[in-house]
Design a protein around this ligand. Structure first.
Ligand code: ZN
Length: 138
């Protein structure tokens, strides 16, 4: 079994943003020369998330609108009264969506569904971000 590790550097441009990273992950997979296994994609930032969704720019806007309605930022959050910034909403969205995705690898390709894209979600940009990719297989 082989293990191949790499990182993707991102620069978000907005406070909230969806960034498609499937092509970068596929490029790392090609570099790994692993053809059967799994790709584990992880963000170590607590105000970001990773998820799979339908490839659609309208849905990207719906996604953030949905989360903004679910988790409006306000002064009542204890985190927003502390010294760590007024971004409690971003942390809570990150927890809801999750910090990693795993994708199967088949015949050297990410075995995503026809409409699936790997999305990096920014909830507290703009910032420089790092995504870890670990490919495991043969
Ligand atoms: Zn914070």
């Amino acid at each position: 079994m082989k293990i191949f590790s790499s990182t993707i550097r991102l620069n978000s441009k907005n406070k909230q943003e969806e960034i498609r990273i499937t092509d970068q992950v596929q490029a790392i997979l090609a570099e790994s020369e692993i053809t059967e296994g799994t790709a584990f994609i992880f963000t170590g930032h607590t105000t970001t998330a990773l998820h799979l969704n339908n490839t659609d720019s309208a849905l990207e806007k719906d996604f953030h609108e949905f989360l903004n309605n679910l988790v409006p930022n306000n002064e009542n959050y204890k985190h927003n009264k502390g010294e760590y910034g007024r971004n409690a909403d971003a942390h809570l969205k990150s927890v809801l969506i999750g910090n990693a995705v795993t994708v199967p690898i088949t015949r050297g390709r990410l075995a995503l569904g026809q409409w699936q894209t790997i999305y990096f979600s920014e909830f507290d940009g703009p910032r420089a971000r790092l995504v870890s990719v670990k490919i495991t297989g043969k």
